[in-house]
Design a binder for this molecule. Structure first.
Ligand SMILES: NC(=O)c1ccc[n+]([C@@H]2O[C@H](COP(=O)([O-])OP(=O)(O)OC[C@H]3O[C@@H](n4cnc5c(N)ncnc54)[C@H](O)[C@@H]3O)[C@@H](O)[C@H]2O)c1
Length: 312
Protein backbone atom coordinates (compact mmCIF):
# COMPACT_ATOMS: atom_id res chain seq x y z
CA UNK A 1 0.00 0.00 0.00
CA UNK A 2 1.42 3.40 -0.95
CA UNK A 3 2.24 5.77 1.90
CA UNK A 4 -0.48 8.28 1.07
CA UNK A 5 -3.19 5.61 0.78
CA UNK A 6 -5.09 5.23 4.03
CA UNK A 7 -6.48 2.01 5.38
CA UNK A 8 -9.96 2.85 6.63
CA UNK A 9 -12.26 0.41 8.41
CA UNK A 10 -15.97 1.26 8.39
CA UNK A 11 -17.83 -0.56 11.15
CA UNK A 12 -21.40 -0.90 9.96
CA UNK A 13 -20.03 -0.44 6.46
CA UNK A 14 -22.90 -2.32 4.81
CA UNK A 15 -25.50 0.12 6.14
CA UNK A 16 -27.23 3.18 4.68
CA UNK A 17 -24.68 5.60 6.12
CA UNK A 18 -21.64 3.30 6.15
CA UNK A 19 -21.76 1.93 2.60
CA UNK A 20 -21.93 5.21 0.63
CA UNK A 21 -19.17 6.56 2.86
CA UNK A 22 -17.04 3.47 2.18
CA UNK A 23 -17.60 3.92 -1.56
CA UNK A 24 -16.76 7.62 -1.40
CA UNK A 25 -13.45 6.88 0.33
CA UNK A 26 -12.71 4.06 -2.11
CA UNK A 27 -13.33 6.36 -5.07
CA UNK A 28 -11.05 8.92 -3.42
CA UNK A 29 -8.29 6.33 -3.78
CA UNK A 30 -8.30 4.84 -0.27
CA UNK A 31 -8.51 1.22 0.78
CA UNK A 32 -11.64 0.46 2.82
CA UNK A 33 -12.32 -2.53 5.06
CA UNK A 34 -16.06 -2.98 5.38
CA UNK A 35 -16.77 -4.64 8.72
CA UNK A 36 -20.43 -5.58 9.26
CA UNK A 37 -22.48 -8.34 10.87
CA UNK A 38 -25.03 -8.42 8.04
CA UNK A 39 -23.58 -11.27 5.96
CA UNK A 40 -26.44 -11.17 3.41
CA UNK A 41 -25.88 -7.51 2.60
CA UNK A 42 -22.12 -8.14 2.48
CA UNK A 43 -22.66 -10.93 -0.08
CA UNK A 44 -24.66 -8.59 -2.32
CA UNK A 45 -22.08 -5.83 -2.06
CA UNK A 46 -19.23 -8.24 -2.76
CA UNK A 47 -21.04 -9.21 -5.99
CA UNK A 48 -21.37 -5.55 -7.02
CA UNK A 49 -25.05 -5.16 -6.08
CA UNK A 50 -26.22 -2.40 -3.76
CA UNK A 51 -28.47 -3.83 -1.00
CA UNK A 52 -30.63 -0.67 -1.09
CA UNK A 53 -31.32 2.26 -3.41
CA UNK A 54 -28.56 4.83 -3.40
CA UNK A 55 -28.33 6.97 -6.53
CA UNK A 56 -25.01 6.72 -8.34
CA UNK A 57 -23.57 4.14 -5.93
CA UNK A 58 -23.50 1.00 -8.05
CA UNK A 59 -20.95 2.22 -10.64
CA UNK A 60 -18.67 3.34 -7.80
CA UNK A 61 -19.05 -0.04 -6.13
CA UNK A 62 -18.19 -1.91 -9.31
CA UNK A 63 -15.15 0.29 -9.90
CA UNK A 64 -13.94 -0.09 -6.30
CA UNK A 65 -14.25 -3.87 -6.57
CA UNK A 66 -12.37 -3.88 -9.85
CA UNK A 67 -9.56 -1.82 -8.33
CA UNK A 68 -9.44 -3.99 -5.18
CA UNK A 69 -10.13 -1.04 -2.91
CA UNK A 70 -12.68 -2.88 -0.76
CA UNK A 71 -12.25 -5.73 1.70
CA UNK A 72 -15.22 -7.34 3.43
CA UNK A 73 -15.08 -8.94 6.83
CA UNK A 74 -17.12 -10.08 9.79
CA UNK A 75 -13.91 -10.76 11.72
CA UNK A 76 -13.04 -8.03 14.24
CA UNK A 77 -9.33 -8.97 14.06
CA UNK A 78 -9.26 -7.17 10.69
CA UNK A 79 -9.97 -3.86 12.43
CA UNK A 80 -6.45 -3.86 13.82
CA UNK A 81 -5.05 -3.22 10.32
CA UNK A 82 -6.88 0.09 9.91
CA UNK A 83 -5.40 3.50 10.51
CA UNK A 84 -8.88 5.01 10.83
CA UNK A 85 -11.87 3.18 12.30
CA UNK A 86 -15.20 4.80 11.45
CA UNK A 87 -18.23 3.65 13.43
CA UNK A 88 -21.54 3.93 11.55
CA UNK A 89 -23.86 1.44 13.24
CA UNK A 90 -27.53 2.22 13.90
CA UNK A 91 -28.43 4.22 17.03
CA UNK A 92 -32.19 3.71 17.46
CA UNK A 93 -34.57 4.74 20.24
CA UNK A 94 -36.45 2.11 22.23
CA UNK A 95 -40.22 1.52 22.48
CA UNK A 96 -40.45 4.41 25.00
CA UNK A 97 -38.58 6.68 22.54
CA UNK A 98 -35.49 6.76 24.78
CA UNK A 99 -32.07 6.38 23.12
CA UNK A 100 -30.70 2.82 23.18
CA UNK A 101 -27.24 3.83 24.36
CA UNK A 102 -26.18 0.28 24.99
CA UNK A 103 -25.88 -0.62 21.28
CA UNK A 104 -22.90 1.66 20.79
CA UNK A 105 -21.31 0.88 24.16
CA UNK A 106 -21.70 -2.86 23.56
CA UNK A 107 -20.03 -2.39 20.19
CA UNK A 108 -17.04 -0.71 21.82
CA UNK A 109 -16.83 -3.58 24.35
CA UNK A 110 -16.65 -5.99 21.39
CA UNK A 111 -14.11 -3.88 19.51
CA UNK A 112 -11.95 -2.91 22.50
CA UNK A 113 -9.43 -5.80 22.12
CA UNK A 114 -8.89 -4.81 18.47
CA UNK A 115 -8.44 -1.07 18.90
CA UNK A 116 -5.23 0.81 19.65
CA UNK A 117 -4.50 4.41 20.63
CA UNK A 118 -2.52 5.04 17.42
CA UNK A 119 -5.72 4.63 15.38
CA UNK A 120 -8.16 7.46 14.86
CA UNK A 121 -11.61 6.34 15.92
CA UNK A 122 -14.30 8.34 14.17
CA UNK A 123 -17.83 8.10 15.49
CA UNK A 124 -20.13 8.70 12.53
CA UNK A 125 -23.41 7.44 14.00
CA UNK A 126 -25.78 10.03 15.43
CA UNK A 127 -25.31 9.87 19.19
CA UNK A 128 -26.99 10.95 22.40
CA UNK A 129 -25.06 13.98 23.75
CA UNK A 130 -22.14 12.96 25.95
CA UNK A 131 -21.66 9.60 24.22
CA UNK A 132 -18.28 10.44 22.64
CA UNK A 133 -16.72 11.47 25.98
CA UNK A 134 -18.23 8.33 27.47
CA UNK A 135 -16.52 6.22 24.81
CA UNK A 136 -13.25 8.04 25.52
CA UNK A 137 -13.52 7.20 29.24
CA UNK A 138 -14.47 3.63 28.40
CA UNK A 139 -11.50 3.06 26.09
CA UNK A 140 -9.00 5.18 27.94
CA UNK A 141 -6.31 4.19 30.34
CA UNK A 142 -3.96 6.58 32.06
CA UNK A 143 -0.95 5.80 29.87
CA UNK A 144 -2.42 6.27 26.42
CA UNK A 145 -3.98 9.13 24.57
CA UNK A 146 -6.78 7.85 22.32
CA UNK A 147 -7.79 9.78 19.25
CA UNK A 148 -11.57 9.87 19.25
CA UNK A 149 -13.37 12.09 16.77
CA UNK A 150 -17.02 12.76 16.13
CA UNK A 151 -17.87 13.59 12.51
CA UNK A 152 -21.65 13.31 12.09
CA UNK A 153 -23.28 12.07 8.90
CA UNK A 154 -25.75 14.59 7.45
CA UNK A 155 -26.70 13.07 4.08
CA UNK A 156 -30.27 12.37 2.96
CA UNK A 157 -30.71 8.64 2.32
CA UNK A 158 -30.59 7.93 -1.41
CA UNK A 159 -28.53 11.04 -2.21
CA UNK A 160 -25.41 10.28 -0.19
CA UNK A 161 -23.00 9.87 -3.10
CA UNK A 162 -23.68 13.37 -4.37
CA UNK A 163 -23.98 14.95 -0.94
CA UNK A 164 -20.79 13.51 0.53
CA UNK A 165 -18.85 15.65 -1.93
CA UNK A 166 -21.10 18.70 -1.57
CA UNK A 167 -21.88 19.09 2.12
CA UNK A 168 -19.48 20.70 4.58
CA UNK A 169 -18.27 18.17 7.15
CA UNK A 170 -18.59 18.94 10.86
CA UNK A 171 -15.45 17.66 12.59
CA UNK A 172 -14.85 17.48 16.33
CA UNK A 173 -12.75 15.38 18.65
CA UNK A 174 -11.76 14.60 22.20
CA UNK A 175 -8.23 15.93 21.54
CA UNK A 176 -6.52 18.28 19.05
CA UNK A 177 -4.76 15.23 17.54
CA UNK A 178 -8.11 13.55 16.90
CA UNK A 179 -9.49 16.70 15.26
CA UNK A 180 -6.41 17.06 13.07
CA UNK A 181 -6.46 13.45 11.94
CA UNK A 182 -10.22 13.49 11.22
CA UNK A 183 -9.86 16.77 9.35
CA UNK A 184 -7.25 15.25 7.07
CA UNK A 185 -9.45 12.22 6.52
CA UNK A 186 -12.63 14.12 5.61
CA UNK A 187 -10.75 16.70 3.55
CA UNK A 188 -10.51 13.82 1.05
CA UNK A 189 -14.27 14.06 0.51
CA UNK A 190 -15.84 17.28 1.75
CA UNK A 191 -15.50 20.75 0.22
CA UNK A 192 -15.31 22.39 3.64
CA UNK A 193 -14.50 21.29 7.19
CA UNK A 194 -16.30 22.95 10.09
CA UNK A 195 -14.51 22.41 13.39
CA UNK A 196 -16.46 22.65 16.64
CA UNK A 197 -16.22 21.19 20.15
CA UNK A 198 -17.38 17.61 20.45
CA UNK A 199 -20.38 18.55 22.62
CA UNK A 200 -21.37 21.14 20.01
CA UNK A 201 -21.07 18.62 17.17
CA UNK A 202 -23.31 16.09 18.96
CA UNK A 203 -25.97 18.76 19.43
CA UNK A 204 -25.49 20.23 15.94
CA UNK A 205 -26.41 16.86 14.39
CA UNK A 206 -29.48 16.37 16.59
CA UNK A 207 -30.61 20.00 16.14
CA UNK A 208 -30.24 19.61 12.34
CA UNK A 209 -32.67 16.69 12.29
CA UNK A 210 -35.05 18.15 14.88
CA UNK A 211 -35.14 21.44 12.96
CA UNK A 212 -36.12 19.61 9.78
CA UNK A 213 -38.74 17.57 11.63
CA UNK A 214 -40.22 20.76 13.15
CA UNK A 215 -40.28 22.46 9.74
CA UNK A 216 -42.18 19.48 8.31
CA UNK A 217 -44.57 19.71 11.26
CA UNK A 218 -45.27 23.38 10.53
CA UNK A 219 -46.13 22.51 6.91
CA UNK A 220 -48.24 19.52 7.98
CA UNK A 221 -50.13 21.54 10.59
CA UNK A 222 -50.87 24.26 7.99
CA UNK A 223 -52.01 21.52 5.60
CA UNK A 224 -54.48 20.19 8.19
CA UNK A 225 -55.73 23.71 9.03
CA UNK A 226 -56.19 24.49 5.34
CA UNK A 227 -57.99 21.21 4.70
CA UNK A 228 -60.32 21.73 7.66
CA UNK A 229 -61.09 25.19 6.30
CA UNK A 230 -61.88 23.70 2.87
CA UNK A 231 -58.81 25.33 1.28
CA UNK A 232 -55.96 23.94 -0.85
CA UNK A 233 -52.66 24.07 1.06
CA UNK A 234 -50.52 23.71 -2.06
CA UNK A 235 -52.07 26.82 -3.63
CA UNK A 236 -51.66 28.73 -0.38
CA UNK A 237 -48.04 27.62 0.01
CA UNK A 238 -47.26 28.61 -3.55
CA UNK A 239 -48.73 32.07 -2.94
CA UNK A 240 -46.64 32.35 0.24
CA UNK A 241 -43.25 31.31 -1.07
CA UNK A 242 -43.17 32.60 -4.64
CA UNK A 243 -40.73 35.51 -4.80
CA UNK A 244 -40.88 35.85 -1.03
CA UNK A 245 -37.61 34.67 0.51
CA UNK A 246 -38.77 34.97 4.12
CA UNK A 247 -41.24 32.10 3.57
CA UNK A 248 -39.09 30.09 1.17
CA UNK A 249 -38.06 27.49 3.75
CA UNK A 250 -41.66 26.31 4.28
CA UNK A 251 -41.63 22.68 3.04
CA UNK A 252 -44.48 21.03 1.18
CA UNK A 253 -46.76 18.91 3.36
CA UNK A 254 -46.23 15.16 3.53
CA UNK A 255 -45.19 12.23 5.65
CA UNK A 256 -42.05 12.97 7.64
CA UNK A 257 -40.61 9.56 7.04
CA UNK A 258 -37.01 8.40 6.97
CA UNK A 259 -35.18 6.59 9.71
CA UNK A 260 -33.76 9.51 11.63
CA UNK A 261 -35.96 12.57 12.13
CA UNK A 262 -38.34 11.23 14.78
CA UNK A 263 -35.68 9.28 16.67
CA UNK A 264 -33.24 12.18 16.79
CA UNK A 265 -35.93 14.62 17.90
CA UNK A 266 -36.77 12.16 20.68
CA UNK A 267 -33.09 11.90 21.66
CA UNK A 268 -33.21 15.64 22.35
CA UNK A 269 -36.40 15.20 24.36
CA UNK A 270 -34.67 12.53 26.46
CA UNK A 271 -31.68 14.83 26.96
CA UNK A 272 -33.92 17.55 28.35
CA UNK A 273 -35.90 15.21 30.66
CA UNK A 274 -38.75 15.27 28.18
CA UNK A 275 -39.00 19.06 28.20
CA UNK A 276 -38.80 19.48 24.42
CA UNK A 277 -42.29 20.77 23.77
CA UNK A 278 -41.67 21.87 20.22
CA UNK A 279 -40.24 18.42 19.43
CA UNK A 280 -43.19 16.65 21.01
CA UNK A 281 -45.65 18.92 19.24
CA UNK A 282 -43.87 18.12 15.94
CA UNK A 283 -44.19 14.41 16.72
CA UNK A 284 -47.95 14.75 17.39
CA UNK A 285 -48.45 16.59 14.11
CA UNK A 286 -46.18 14.51 11.86
CA UNK A 287 -47.08 11.10 13.26
CA UNK A 288 -50.77 12.12 13.34
CA UNK A 289 -50.86 12.92 9.62
CA UNK A 290 -51.77 9.36 8.49
CA UNK A 291 -54.83 9.26 10.74
CA UNK A 292 -55.80 12.79 9.63
CA UNK A 293 -55.80 11.53 6.05
CA UNK A 294 -57.86 8.47 6.94
CA UNK A 295 -60.34 10.73 8.80
CA UNK A 296 -60.56 13.02 5.76
CA UNK A 297 -61.26 9.99 3.56
CA UNK A 298 -63.90 8.77 6.01
CA UNK A 299 -65.79 12.03 5.57
CA UNK A 300 -65.95 11.50 1.80
CA UNK A 301 -66.32 7.72 1.52
CA UNK A 302 -67.89 4.86 3.43
CA UNK A 303 -64.81 3.05 4.72
CA UNK A 304 -66.72 0.35 6.61
CA UNK A 305 -65.19 -3.03 5.81
CA UNK A 306 -62.42 -1.44 3.76
CA UNK A 307 -58.67 -1.45 4.29
CA UNK A 308 -56.89 1.86 3.80
CA UNK A 309 -53.31 1.58 2.59
CA UNK A 310 -51.15 4.64 3.07
CA UNK A 311 -48.01 4.75 0.98
CA UNK A 312 -45.22 7.12 1.73
N1 LIG B 1 -29.65 6.43 6.95
C1 LIG B 1 -29.39 7.73 6.82
O1 LIG B 1 -29.76 8.36 5.83
C2 LIG B 1 -28.58 8.45 7.87
C3 LIG B 1 -28.27 9.82 7.67
C4 LIG B 1 -27.53 10.48 8.63
C5 LIG B 1 -27.13 9.82 9.78
N2 LIG B 1 -27.47 8.50 9.97
C6 LIG B 1 -27.02 7.83 11.19
O2 LIG B 1 -26.08 6.84 10.81
C7 LIG B 1 -26.16 5.74 11.73
C8 LIG B 1 -26.38 4.46 10.94
O3 LIG B 1 -27.65 4.52 10.36
P1 LIG B 1 -28.02 3.64 9.10
O4 LIG B 1 -29.28 4.20 8.54
O5 LIG B 1 -26.84 3.49 8.22
O6 LIG B 1 -28.33 2.24 9.78
P2 LIG B 1 -28.36 0.83 9.04
O7 LIG B 1 -29.16 -0.06 9.92
O8 LIG B 1 -28.74 0.99 7.61
O9 LIG B 1 -26.84 0.37 9.06
C9 LIG B 1 -26.17 -0.01 10.21
C10 LIG B 1 -25.24 -1.16 9.86
O10 LIG B 1 -24.51 -1.49 11.04
C11 LIG B 1 -24.41 -2.89 11.09
N3 LIG B 1 -24.14 -3.27 12.49
C12 LIG B 1 -24.99 -3.19 13.55
N4 LIG B 1 -24.38 -3.62 14.67
C13 LIG B 1 -23.11 -3.95 14.32
C14 LIG B 1 -22.00 -4.45 15.04
N5 LIG B 1 -22.07 -4.69 16.35
N6 LIG B 1 -20.86 -4.69 14.36
C15 LIG B 1 -20.79 -4.46 13.01
N7 LIG B 1 -21.80 -3.98 12.28
C16 LIG B 1 -22.96 -3.72 12.92
C17 LIG B 1 -25.74 -3.42 10.56
O11 LIG B 1 -25.63 -4.76 10.12
C18 LIG B 1 -25.99 -2.42 9.43
O12 LIG B 1 -25.46 -2.89 8.20
C19 LIG B 1 -27.29 6.06 12.70
O13 LIG B 1 -26.75 6.64 13.86
C20 LIG B 1 -28.12 7.07 11.92
O14 LIG B 1 -28.84 7.92 12.78
C21 LIG B 1 -28.17 7.80 9.03
Amino acid sequence: MSRDKKNICVVGGAGHAGLPLSLAFASAGQHVIIYDLNATAMDDIRKGTMPFVEHGAEPLLKQALQENRLTFTTDPNEIERAEHVIVAIGTPVDEYLNPKLRALLDLFSELRPHLRPSQTIVIRSTVFPGTCRHVERFLGDKDSQWKIAYCPERIAQGFAIRELSELPQIVSGCSPEAVESATQLFALLAPEIIRVKIEEAELAKLFTNAWRYIQFAAANQFYMLANNAGADFNRIRDAMVRGYGRAASLPTAGFAAGPCLLKDTMQLAALNTNGFWLGHAAMMVNEGLPSFIVESLRQKYDLAGKHVGILG
